[in-house]
Design a protein around this ligand. Structure first.
Ligand code: MEV
Length: 434
């Protein structure tokens, strides 16, 4: 590829034409593939184009639902956007399994978010502490024009702290803001406040006769919310007497299943290699609902994994136990999501997802998302300690391979029958077809 100037100024058609000219061998296919996924409604397409920059087309992912989720005595059908086969099926099976055993319990523990003004200041830290103590109310007052409408909705700033981190990095301090953002994820709200706070702090320090000339200089490095939200956290669980778990494949009884299940979760508590895969299974469910509802899955992912490592060792996010004959499986996870603002209100299918969920509040959505993660984890670990995952996985994978090989409907039917008792691989399927 050659470098290009003025690319962002080109129309979409010009951008595609430029790409095609750079890939003459694939030009026709490239242009037709990119055009094929444009939305037929110009208005809708315009909206999609404006989500990002240099947009050429749309990248489709399957949008499905997992029904029968009983959460705190209410039934939900959960929308999921995911490209991996088996995930929606596993969530649906787990939802049905627990529907017959009392369903899922979920509780939001807290919904606080934080943001930081990171700055450098040279001087005696006690002096800065005293300044902060005397000026904290003024600093907060200076933000009232930005917090007014959030306060009307029941949110706003909860607290502001001065943190001294000079022992870690020379001259480094933070103003740490704690906020409540109601049904919004709150990134814009928090970031706007922080940028204003940075300016006010700079001004107040530079004009304060309490400081020497050198101390009047403060360098604001950056103002940004933190995606680590251990105080925006939800807990969910399922439980039932061990004998109610029923019978599993190859005659595995409930006691053996429960013991093997708890051991598998404990392995993910002690071994980071297993914990990452175990948590990936949880995130299969979490991300699918986060994406379906137009929330920021990168923020959710980054936070979840930092939380999983909060003890200094990366561990399972879920826990399982058998106490007095009761099997319990639970998940505690930080989830900073919103049901208003951002993509939630402008992506047509994010709105559809929220409608399917009955227009939940952010707290209710936290519970639904966490439960889907727990259900997914239950489904994966259940398969792993009984049949192994390849059996169910490969059945769906077979369809993907058949699609990739452009199999006809009748070939698909024959292949499904043929591979019922055989090992599925790309080569085996290709050999079967051709
Ligand atoms: C695959 O996407 C997820 C699993 O690997 C999760 C797990 O191992 O627990 C099946």
């Amino acid at each position: 590829m050659k470098t290009v100037t003025g690319f962002s100024k080109m129309s979409k058609e010009q951008k595609i034409a430029w790409l095609a000219s750079e890939l003459p061998g694939e030009a026709n296919e490239l242009v037709s593939d990119l055009n094929m996924f444009w939305h037929h409604d110009r208005e809708v397409q315009k909206r999609f184009d404006e989500f990002s920059e240099n947009t050429l087309t749309n990248y489709d992912l399957p949008f499905g639902v997992a029904p029968n989720f009983l959460i705190n005595d209410k039934i939900y059908t959960v929308p999921m956007v995911i490209e991996e086969s088996s995930v929606v099926a596993a969530a649906s099976l787990a939802a049905k399994f627990w529907l017959d055993r009392g369903g899922f319990k979920a509780e939001v523990i807290a919904t606080k978010k934080i943001g930081q003004v990171h700055f450098l200041w040279k001087g005696r830290s006690e002096k800065l502490q005293q300044f902060f103590h005397e000026n904290k109310a003024d600093l907060l007052n200076a933000l009232s024009h930005l917090t007014e409408s959030m306060e009307k909705r029941g949110g706003g700033i909860i607290d502001l702290e001065l943190i001294n981190l000079t022992s870690e990095l020379a001259d480094y301090y933070q103003l740490k803001l704690h906020a409540q953002t109601c049904d919004a994820m709150g990134a814009n709200f928090i970031n706007s406040i922080l940028e204003e706070l940075g300016k006010v702090l700079e001004k107040k320090i530079s004009l304060n006769p309490f400081f020497t000339e050198q101390e009047r200089e403060v360098e604001i490095i950056m103002c940004i919310l933190s995606n680590y939200t251990p105080e925006c956290i939800v807990e969910c669980s399922v439980s039932c007497p061990v004998e109610d778990l029923g019978e599993f494949s190859a005659g595995m009884n409930a006691e053996t299943f429960a013991r093997r299940f708890v051991t598998a979760v404990n392995i993910a508590q002690v071994d980071p290699n297993r914990a990452v895969t175990h948590n990936k299974g949880i995130m299969n469910g979490i991300d699918a609902v986060v994406i379906a509802t137009g929330n920021d899955f990168r923020a959710i992912e980054a936070c979840a994994h930092a939380f999983a490592a909060r003890t200094g060792k990366y561990r399972s996010l879920s826990r399982a136990s058998i106490v007095d004959g009761i099997f319990k499986f639970s998940l505690t996870i930080p989830l900073a999501v919103g049901t208003v603002g951002g993509l939630t209100s402008i992506h047509p299918l994010a709105k559809t997802s929220l409608a399917i969920l009955g227009w939940p509040s952010a707290s209710e959505l936290m519970k639904i998302i966490a439960v889907t993660g727990l259900a997914q984890n239950f489904g994966a670990v259940k398969s792993l300690v009984t049949t192994g995952i390849q059996k169910g996985h490969m059945k769906l994978h077979l369809l993907n391979i058949l699609n990739q090989l452009n199999a006809s409907d009748s070939q698909v039917e024959h292949a499904k029958e043929y591979f019922k008792d055989k090992v599925i691989s790309f080569t085996a399927v290709r050999n079967f077809l051709y």
